[in-house]
Design a protein around this ligand. Structure first.
Ligand code: PMP
Length: 427
């Protein structure tokens, strides 16, 4: 049993001592005190099915015993910075990660967050090419430091600080976009940005394969191959942000970009990489990695022994428990059930995504696609009351984000959809 502070006590302290910009889901914020695989437990011991897994940070399941054990064992032995001495944990994890990458993507840099990983990736792209211009896609989220905030393209995440050198291309948005699912048509916009918005040379292009914060928007098929070609012809490098779509979450592939038939020059990853502990990485080619030898570069905690021991355990568990395959099988089943729910409820405008990265967009009018902003809050609250946690996102905040731990089962999927059905029926 939990004997700690109540939700009310925590809220009081938050108001006094923590950032006024913090936000919480739910009218009555949830105080989560325990986690076990796909479940979270609140202060009263009430169990919730977690279909958001902390924005996809947990892939193996909350407190997966093998990952926890690896972290504890390493913590008891040594925790340190990664700078100036040798330790096997960082090298072992780098080797294991590199083995999951295609082509020449063999050099790993570790950071502590997705933001830092994207900052480093864009800096390397600029140094390698000698060009400052980066192209990212509207509706993307890449982080919140000056460079990555520049690449992020949603007004609600952009503060008024200097963010230079980024152009934002049309979103190949299959639901609202002007060209439907014709990826090649959207790709022309990137070529036009290069032709009319730069000197003809670019540093690079960065995109998610499925926009997470942006509301589970899978890039239209055919888009990335054409864009990668345009970028490379303009001297740029292609960066894949796999912070949410990596580590088997999309089911069909280990990395989100693989479904688009492209091989990036730089890949960034975070969240699921450590099953909840702060670690992130940039993987690139030996040629691009070379640019960091021009000056001194280090990251005090990036790749520390405890986090890399945890990361290595995550890869082991993913393989042993065939979690990518589970993401594919259970995710496809869940998507089919959500599609069937769409037939029943007019308010569901779109069901999309892949594997265990699924989105359900609520609209008050299917023709006009009017975002159902207040309805979604109500449904989300009702679902929580019935014991199911889902996320929310999209530019209009009207998309359910379903990104459970990859150990989610068919029975969990049935429960989630049944609960959503009841909540929608009561609207
Ligand atoms: N890229 C993507 C695709 C993300 O979803 C996020 C976080 N939501 C980030 C980068 C930034 O990661 P972090 O919050 O760890 O800095």
């Amino acid at each position: 049993p939990y004997n700690g502070p109540s939700a009310a006590d925590i809220i009081k302290k938050r108001l006094q001592f923590l950032s006024p910009s913090l936000f919480c889901f739910y009218k009555k914020p949830l105080n989560v005190v325990d986690g076990k695989m796909q479940y979270l437990f609140d202060e009263d011991g009430r169990r919730y099915l977690d279909a958001f897994a902390g924005i996809a940070t947990v892939c193996c399941g909350h407190c997966h015993p093998e990952v926890v054990e690896a972290i504890i064992n390493q913590t008891k032995r040594l925790q340190h910075s990664t700078v100036v001495y040798l330790n096997h944990a960082i090298a072992d994890f780098a080797e294991a990660l590199a083995s999951k990458m295609p082509g020449d993507l063999k050099v790993v840099f570790f950071t502590n967050s997705g933001t830092e990983a994207n900052e480093l990736a864009m800096m390397m792209a600029r140094l390698y090419t000698g060009s400052q211009d980066i192209i990212s896609i509207r509706n993307s989220y890449h982080g919140n430091a000056a460079g990555s905030m520049g690449a992020t393209a949603q007004s609600n995440w952009k503060f008024s600080v200097v963010q230079i050198g980024v152009h934002h291309a049309l979103n190949p948005d299959q639901y609202r976009g002007a060209f439907g699912s014709d990826g090649e048509k959207y790709a022309k916009d990137v070529q036009e940005i290069i032709d009319f918005g730069t000197n003809g040379r670019v540093g690079g292009f960065i995109s998610e394969a499925i926009q997470g914060v942006g509301g589970i928007m899978e890039l239209a098929p055919g888009y990335l191959p054409v864009v990668y070609k345009s970028i490379r012809e303009a001297g740029g490098v292609c960066i894949a942000d796999e912070v949410q779509s990596g580590f088997g979450r999309t089911g069909s592939h280990f990395w989100g970009f693989e479904a688009h038939g492209v091989t990036p020059d730089i890949v960034t990853m975070a969240k699921g990489i450590g099953n909840g502990i702060p670690i992130a990485a940039v993987v690139t080619t030996p040629q691009i990695a070379e640019v960091l030898t021009r000056r001194s570069y280090f990251n005090t905690f990036g790749g520390n022994p405890v986090c890399t021991a945890g990361g290595l355990a995550v890869l082991r568990v993913l393989e042993k428990e065939r979690l990518q395959e589970n993401a594919f099988l259970v995710g496809s089943y869940l998507k089919d059930r959500l599609k069937a729910l769409q037939e029943k409820h007019d308010i569901i405008g779109d069901v999309r995504g892949r594997g265990m990265m699924l989105g359900v967009e609520l609209v008050t009018d299917r023709q006009l696609k009017t975002p159902a902003k207040s309805e979604i809050l109500h449904v989300m609250d009702q679902m929580k009351e019935m014991g199911v946690l889902v996320g929310k996102g999209g530019f209009y905040g009207n998309v359910f984000r379903i990104t459970p731990p990859l150990c989610f089962t068919k029975e969990d999927s049935d429960f989630l959809v049944d609960v959503m059905d009841v909540a929608l029926s009561k609207l």
